[in-house]
Design a protein around this ligand. Sequence first.
Ligand SMILES: Nc1ncnc2c1ncn2[C@@H]1O[C@H](COP(=O)(O)OP(=O)(O)O)[C@@H](O)[C@H]1O
Ligand SMILES: [Mg+2]
Length: 623
Amino acid sequence: MAKKLEVRNLTISFRTNNGAVRAVRDISFDLEEGETLAIAGESGSGKSVTTRAVMGILAGNAIIEGGEIIYDGKDLLKIPEEDFHTLRGHKLSMVFQDPLSALNPIMRIGKQLTEAMILNNKERRADGKKRYSQMIRTLENNVREACQADGSQDAARLTESLNKVLNVSAKLENEWNAKFESMEELFPDRGEKPDFLRLAYEQVSGEKGDAYEQKFMLPYLAAAKKAIAYSNRKARSARQLACERLNDALPVFGTDPLDLSECRKAAKAASDAVEKAIDPLALQKDNLAYVYRSSVESGINRYAKGLQVNPKEEKRFAAETRKHDRLVEKGKFAPSVVPLNLVDMERVQKEMTGITRELEKHLGEIPEEMSDRDLEIRAKELLDYLQSCACNRDYLLSKAAARHHAIKIMREVGIPEPEKRYHQYPFEFSGGMRQRIVIAIALSANPDILICDEPTTALDVTIQAQILELINNLKKERNLSVIFITHDLGVVANMADKIAIMYAGKIVEYGTADDVFYDPRHPYTWALLSSMPDLETKEKLEAIPGTPPNMILPPKGDAFAARNQYALEIDLEEQPPMFRISETHSAATWLLHPDAPKVEPPAIVRERIQRMLQKEQQEGVQA
Ligand SMILES: Nc1ncnc2c1ncn2[C@@H]1O[C@H](COP(=O)(O)OP(=O)(O)O)[C@@H](O)[C@H]1O
Ligand SMILES: [Mg+2]
């Protein structure tokens, strides 16, 4: 499975008058294609802040202290505003807890949907144009270089013929789609999609029959295969050097204090070498390599900022503390001192060496050479890719088509009588129906990642179940990757593939749904599981005693220690690292240290696991 989204070492705080609120502290997770990741934890644990960072909609007082959010070979925290807008518009969509605030109260539902669609269409066209021209240029360059030796092909001629055919085929396909969309109700069975490339070729050349294969497809495949093999070989052979440069950089990034100019030199040499090891014709992006340059550059910049800011901040803190103490001594009122807010230089260095090491390892594992069959598949995928970019680029959404789409999507999300509802205002909808509309708007751009931030919390239980089912079905039908945020683990029991448990801005347990439900290891996960309502036993809930810590001054050790009946001495002193339990499962609790006393989960959790296993067995027998 391909990774859709990778979040690494994300750290976010908020500037406030009382000091920095450490809302998200060094979290990492990833989301694979077609997967549902649940992020669960009590209110205030940093779930919304995390996902708002992914969407690029953090409050103005937020500071991203570090980390990366990688999508499609780009770090969303570092790409230019206009690119980000395109991504947010049509690749990532979000559904919020409160549907009312997501809708404009004085605009008809239909218009809200079509406006979103028309805006997205504009962005999609621009994005298609950019991707199309980038890829066709890359292909042309590689064909030229690959053929320089034998001189058998003319790269310019290949792309010229490709361009002509793809332009016409995009036009035909868009016309066909538009026609069938408007006739869909009359002809629900739209049958096989025509071969638009063939039709386009015949139109361009005026020749029918074998000519398409002989004069277009075969020459294209031959040239594209050659180019793909060439660019792949070039990237493969550049890996060795990239590993060496990365290895050279490691000691430079590791010296304390950093020599900034040496660092910049090493980073540049390593990034240049890494970029040469990227295969530009590979459609599946190698995220780690793509974002390496921006990662180390931002690390160095953060370090440089620390050099400048930290001494000033320390001075300020010392002065304020002195003043505070003087006032206290005199028995006067002393306002509390804003805590120190330093750039954590050590962590910056650790991150830089961490990604460098990881990338070196990754590039060191050189994949096998591509077979002829691989090349053929890749050549065809490339053609499909170009065709879909061309279609996006040329597809102009009319108002009528937008209306048609809107009604279709309203039906898809389960709104009865969409033609009538289209003309109504948000207040005329019930809570559940409003949430469906918000989901429809989120889907209208055809995203590949859908983020749902407690989308059912404001709804009553039956409606909640319906919305969950809807999200689950949409995910399957559209092959969406979903991030689902909840404070109630019960909600995601049947829909999550993977679960991240958050506490006080950190991920404390991370694993597959089975790992977390059947083999939970962190006392906080136990507490969450104990407080989860159990429909079978109707047992009284065990609320988690105590409250989460103050995030302006997070505790020195394990943030959960104060509420944890299993806490060890070390929990008060030192933050536990993430202990790996299995390939998929890890948890940050000192209980997993080999020297820790063996502790069983509480009885209520063990019993629940027993019941779940029994139920599963019964269902297995029935099935
Ligand atoms: N704009 C802001 N300014 C200051 N603190 C904030 C801001 N937004 C969120 N926070 C704080 O960040 C922490 C995490 O919040 P949030 O991610 O909303 O929690 P939840 O897990 O309930 O979604 C909380 O302590 C919250 O008070
Ligand atoms: Mg929230």
